[in-house]
Design a protein around this ligand. Structure first.
Ligand code: MLC
Ligand code: AMP
Length: 472
């Protein structure tokens, strides 16, 4: 149904403003998608094939998705910031039939790469013959999203059309979003990167499903949103960076309809600061790539700051020893290459508690994860990059609090006997280049020993407490 609903929107309706400031209607997007689909078919892509999309936010990225949707290919969004060492395990595991990228040189091992920019706009807009437009079964996988994985190795999450559609419809109802028939459709300021669930599913596809509008940005900058914008979906770091502007120039923010925050916990100071400056209580919601959105505060009705609201319609949530477990049609069946989950309940690794009104509060994490500006980082993956740096005896990574990004990665090093701190620091800075920016350690500390339990396992909580107790 998802595709059929997208295709049914009035072709003259405005859909997307690209980062260059050019508006495209639903008819334009449809034609671009059809043309991209034909091009993909000529390259040999068939329904069910995995197509990696390695592009930054822009019209070509949207074209790639629309083309894959029309042809029934499985989208594999790749983080455009990732370095070779981070991409390699994903490409190994997914073995995409094709990588769509403007930098094919970065994929020497991939069997097949193609550069979408080779398709000119005039070609894209050529009407040509009608491609096969499938209406794909709802349980068919439409995207394969990789999460950082708490063990350090990224895991593939197959997302189906049904997971997307049920969750997006539930959110649209809960948040009071505009319907396809609305004469005044919502307009989303879309600066989230389109390779995470937040930006790709909620942002781009949530807009296209309900005939709304999005103004796509190349990246987030704390600027005044244009007058067309009605909605913002962001991460807490955005609102922290926006606060000074909201105080000096609140009017463009006051006239917005809805400000949403997710992917990481929103601190009370930011929530209250935004409320004081703009009159908007940020709507907090909680989700996961494996489950889509689990809980959310309402668009209309009581928003409780510091909570992520009650379960979204269709999602069942329970707490088992304080850990949040989820089931429902928007929860995935199991990781790629692993057996389907035995239980209907998926354990999130997040710790929560209900407040008296039935709203969920996230109180911690049982999993080893650092969230940097809304981006998940596995400390084990970071550690693995630095193990064996000459002159080190032990290495330990953990998250530490950061006033801007929420958390950043810290690296603790125990020097080998007689080694020089300066040389090791240089070697660490060199190795860090193998990681994308948000995963790189922002603090490197030299300690006499690392906290370990009786079995020798690194105690990341204790390491964090120790580092946070030291002067910055
Ligand atoms: C930027 N970098 C990244 C990255 N974004 N690395 C890995 N992953 C990313 N997504 C790197 C850049 O390459 C650069 O490296 C360095 O980090 C700084 O880049 P920047 O653009 O200057 O960063 P900054 O302006 O500080 O950006 C921070 C940010 C942005 C918070 C504004 O990252 C952002 O918009 N984050 C949103 C993340 C998001 O959408 N999360 C949703 C996950 S889905 P170098 O080499 O140049 O130094 C999910 C489910 C749910 O969690 O519930 O939503
Ligand atoms: P991802 O795997 O990128 O989908 O990230 C999902 C994780 O982000 C969750 O398991 C949580 O740990 C975290 N997360 C998402 N939304 C929130 C939120 N509103 N508050 C706290 N943590 C969140």
């Amino acid at each position: 149904m998802f595709l059929r609903r997208f295709l049914a929107h009035d072709p003259h309706r405005r859909a997307l403003c690209d980062p260059k400031g050019v508006w495209h209607t639903y008819g334009d997007l449809r034609r671009r998608g059809e043309h991209t689909a034909r091009w993909l078919a000529q390259l040999g892509v068939q329904r069910g094939d995995i197509v990696a999309i390695h592009l930054e936010n822009g019209l070509d990225l949207v074209d790639a998705h629309l083309g894959c949707m029309a042809i029934g290919a499985v989208r594999l969004p790749l983080n455009a910031h990732y370095r070779e060492a981070e991409l390699a395990p994903i490409l190994d595991d997914a073995a995409p039939a094709l990588v769509l990228t403007t930098s094919p040189g970065r994929f020497p091992a991939a069997s097949h790469t193609a550069d979408l920019s080779k398709l000119t706009t005039s070609e894209l807009m050529h009407p040509g013959e009608e491609p096969a437009r499938g209406v794909w079964p709802e349980d068919e996988v439409t995207a394969l999203m990789y999460t950082s994985g708490t063990t350090g190795r990224p895991k593939g999450v197959p997302q189906t059309w049904a997971m997307w559609e049920t969750n997006l419809d539930a959110l649209a109802a809960l948040w009071g979003l505009s319907s396809p028939a609305s004469p005044e459709p919502d307009c989303l300021w879309l600066a989230l990167p389109l390779f995470h669930t937040h930006g790709l599913v909620l942002g781009l596809h949530g807009t296209l499903l309900r005939g709304a509008r999005a103004m796509l940005q190349a990246r987030f900058e704390p600027v005044v949103p244009p007058p067309e914008v009605t909605h913002i979906y962001g991460v807490p770091t955005w609102y922290r960076r926006w606060l000074p502007l909201m105080h000096t120039d609140p009017a463009p923010f006051r006239r917005l309809k809805l400000l949403v925050s997710g992917s990481d916990g929103l601190d009370a100071a930011t929530s209250d600061g935004v409320f004081a400056a703009t009159g908007h209580r940020i709507l907090e919601r909680y989700g996961m790539t494996e489950t889509m959105m689990i809980c959310s505060n309402p668009g209309v009705g009581e928003r409780r700051a510091g909570t992520v609201g009650p379960p979204v319609a269709g999602v069942a949530v329970r707490l088992v020893d304080g850990e949040i477990e989820v089931s429902g049609p928007s929860v995935f069946a199991g990781y790629r290459g692993a057996a389907p989950r035995a239980s209907e309940w998926f354990a999130t690794g997040d710790a929560g508690e209900w407040d008296y009104a039935g709203y969920l509060r996230i109180v911690g994490r049982k999993k080893e994860l650092v969230i940097v500006g809304g981006v998940n980082v596995s400390p084990a993956e970071v550690e693995a990059i630095f193990v064996g740096v000459p002159g080190t005896a032990e290495i330990g990574a953990c998250g530490v609090a950061d006033a801007d990004l929420g958390e950043v990665v810290a690296l603790a090093v125990v020097l080998a006997a007689g080694e020089d701190e300066g040389a090791v620091r240089g070697a660490i800075a060199g190795r860090a280049q193998a990681l994308s920016g948000l995963k790189r350690p922002r603090r490197v500390l030299f300690l006499p020993a690392l906290p370990r339990n009786a079995l020798g396992k690194l105690q990341r909580g204790a390491l964090r407490a120790l580092i946070e107790s030291l002067p910055p």
